[in-house]
Design a protein around this ligand. Structure first.
Ligand code: AMP
Ligand code: ZN
Ligand code: FE
Ligand code: FE
Length: 276
């Protein structure tokens, strides 16, 4: 990756939720791709904050602390990032409750499978150190048990929305998620609205107190990016960017959002304005 322009990546996942790489591996991979600031924003957990900080320090890049909060808007998923969040904040307890609810939901899905004659124990699911449970973990365990041949088959037969094993996740409203992101001391940023089908509802998130939008995302086309940038400019919102990297060979790589380095300072200023 010699000569690649410097960029930032404020949205990647690690083994603390459903990513495949450790913070150390992520930070090295980021540095190799000339990513100068990295936010390891795991789903609904702030576990591993110290490890993330030291991994970035060792790789010689800036660590932006963060979390991706699962919310719901108009019946679909809405993901709110808290960037520059404080892992020592009292509000982390609320994040931990969301994680516990995910675990309880997984137990209910395992009960459903059990009634269908498929017996899996919770500790057969390979969840990372953050203990964050999701359907992808269950799908992989079903493959490992040879109940199905692929993750896709696991979803097609058992795990699809409203399917035989499906239990909905407890999700915050967008307003609750935005509020929580701020109470963590971070900047409340709407993740990948172009992927979640939320570009046309940006004004509703604005009304709920949103502070920034992830405009730069490898799955956002040029028109989507332009639309989001225009909205941010009109309403004084900060602009962010991230790859949503989960694993090598699985979707866009770290740095693929090509987010400009100069986006970092405005975000940092908003977080600093909260007085820590
Ligand atoms: P959960 O958050 O536990 O409800 O799991 C949702 C995740 O499951 C999504 O983010 C996708 O990564 C994955 N997923 C959903 N539907 C499918 C599917 N049909 N095939 C493969 N993965 C899926
Ligand atoms: Zn994920
Ligand atoms: Fe997301
Ligand atoms: Fe994500």
């Amino acid at each position: 990756m010699v000569g690649r322009n410097a960029s930032i990546d404020l949205h990647v996942h690690s083994v603390y939720s459903d990513g495949k790489l450790t913070p150390g591996e992520l930070a090295r991979r980021a540095a190799e791709r000339n990513v100068v600031a990295l936010a390891i924003t795991d789903h609904d957990t702030m576990a591993g904050a110290e490890e993330k900080r030291s991994a970035c320090a060792q790789a010689g890049i800036e660590c932006v602390m963060g979390v991706e909060i699962s919310c719901e808007h108009r019946g679909g998923e809405a993901h709110i990032l808290s960037l520059f969040a404080d892992p020592a904040s009292q509000a982390v307890a609320r994040i931990d409750e969301i994680g516990a609810a995910r675990e309880r939901r997984m137990e209910l899905m395992l009960e459903r499978l059990d009634k269908m004659g498929i017996h899996l124990e919770k500790d057969e699911l390979e969840v990372g150190d953050g203990n964050i449970f999701g359907r992808p973990h269950l799908a992989r365990a079903l493959v490992a048990k040879r109940v199905v041949k692929s993750v896709n088959e696991a979803f097609a037969r058992y795990l699809y929305d409203d399917g035989p094993v499906y239990i909905p996740k407890v999700r915050l409203t967008a307003a609750e998620g935005i509020d929580l992101a701020k109470r963590l001391g971070g900047v409340a940023v709407l993740a990948h609205p172009g992927v979640s089908g939320l570009v046309e509802y940006l004004d509703e998130f604005l009304d709920a107190g949103l502070e920034g939008v992830e405009a730069h995302h490898p799955k956002h086309g040029g028109e989507t990016v332009a639309k989001i940038l225009r909205f941010c400019r009109e309403h004084g919102l900060a602009v962010s960017g991230g790859s949503d990297f989960h694993a090598p060979g699985d979707g866009p790589d770290i740095g693929a959002a090509n987010a400009p380095v100069d986006l970092l300072e405005p975000l940092r200023r908003i977080a600093a304005g909260k007085g820590g």
